[in-house]
Design a protein around this ligand. Sequence first.
Ligand SMILES: Cc1cc2nc3c(=O)[nH]c(=O)nc-3n(C[C@H](O)[C@H](O)[C@H](O)COP(=O)(O)OP(=O)(O)OC[C@H]3O[C@@H](n4cnc5c(N)ncnc54)[C@H](O)[C@@H]3O)c2cc1C
Length: 506
Amino acid sequence: MNQYDAVVIGAGNGGLVAAIRLLQGGLKTLVVEKHNLPGGFATSFRRGRFEFEASLHELNDFGTEDNKGDVRVLFDELGVTNKIEWLQIPEAYRVIVKSENLDAVMPFGKQAFIDQMEKYVPGSKKSIQHFFELAEEIRTAQAYTNKAGGKVESSYMVKNFHNYVKTGSYSVNEVLDALKMPKKAKDILNAYWCYLGADCDNLSFTHYASMVLRYITKGAAMPKMRSHEISLALVERIRELGGDIWFNVAAEKILTDKNGVSGVVLADGREIKTKYVIANCAPHLVFGKMLDNVSLKDIKATNARKFAGRGFSMFLGLNKSCDELGITNHNYFLYDTMDTAKQYDLMKKIDTNYAQATVCLNRAYPECSPKGTTIMYFTTLYMSDDWGNVKPEDYFKVKDKVAKMMIERFEKDTGCNLRDHIEEISIATPMTYAHYCGHPEGVIYGYESQYWDGLNPRLLMMAQDHTIRGLRFAGGYSMRLSGYSSAYFSGDITGRQTVGDFKRGE
Ligand SMILES: Cc1cc2nc3c(=O)[nH]c(=O)nc-3n(C[C@H](O)[C@H](O)[C@H](O)COP(=O)(O)OP(=O)(O)OC[C@H]3O[C@@H](n4cnc5c(N)ncnc54)[C@H](O)[C@@H]3O)c2cc1C
């Protein structure tokens, strides 16, 4: 088999969904994946008696059967929802900033969230209600933009989504200030900022608001058998639809001629003829290594983008139950300050980065580990390539130092004792993410959301970003930015766009 209608490079979240859309559109499709497993970050691994989730803290916008989120609607259309056993995460989050006397546990559900905020911050109700109203309008406007493939009617936008247009170019903090939200309420509401990896002075309000809205109104979900269960379900569906998926096969080159994409060369030298490629990897790799004759415009546009956070995760298997350890919540955000711009700066350096987003899986799924044990995973981001400065001979020492910093922070902030109960410990650094998923500098969030390069500009510039006929991108670097739901949506969009290109012969 050396000829396909379309080739998907990479079996991450974006690539797998794109492949199903291509197959549903009738295209003969091949997925090539350099690793021996599907999913990219969406996977799991075993150490001793524990099966650790590799990345997913919580899946946004999935919802339940009677309160469906957009990801569930998408998965229904793809034919995968029922292949997976789902569970709901019990509460939204606990945010702790000891130095600022902040310790708040927030629930899912719009009214519950507003009421809880009012308890922590009397007088905040009106501004939080306004926040949700605005977020609803933003969400509807974004759904319209998606549907229109970025080609929106500006008069229609102004008429129907007036506040969306008005807030479109403002940061999270600018809009929350305009809503006259009390500082403490802002601090609590901004706890999710690290999920988008840009500070709230710079992060687009519309992007943040649409994410928070879906978490709070649809809740968050998780597959019982970790995110790997989703990846396997997507692979099964690809095969049911007659698609091919080859593991341990890296794509090395994308071939082009005067008409655009003409084929893909694999690392083993095989050449696949195809007119359509969806790349589930970084444009930096595609334009930097995989394509010859790249235009100056594509190089400049790619280099203008900023890498988002580089990942570091620690996975603990503990030999006591979470009740015995005193771990009361599923999802913790532990920061030094809720001045997110200051926190962002601290996260540039290994020595000053103490921030963490931490999960105790047993609080969502008590049976995830043997009775009397607990699974926890801790994640942080580095906002510069400081790990690139670590000398090879110091690598293990630095890894241990950061793990120690993370355990100390959690113990200090929550009063739990973890150190004496560690049975298994495993660590992933930016080098691990670069090695397994091929991401430059070990980036785990694609390109950072910027004013000029956030969700809105990327959605509106989809047509202009399509510079080579037959080549589109899916996943964390593309128009929906990073995160599980976003990567699935981008696979959906580019998959369907490619089917359209194919049918029109473009
Ligand atoms: C520790 C951690 C925690 C996270 N927590 C959350 C969370 O709670 N919620 C959330 O929404 N998001 C979370 N994320 C982010 C989320 O995992 C990513 O945004 C999303 O999975 C990215 O999907 P992707 O489609 O870009 O694929 P990736 O996961 O980047 O996969 C790309 C795939 O392409 C393959 N590939 C690359 N180059 C080639 C090539 N040349 N040939 C063949 N194959 C190739 C790679 O091997 C890989 O399998 C987390 C990420 C990490 C690492």
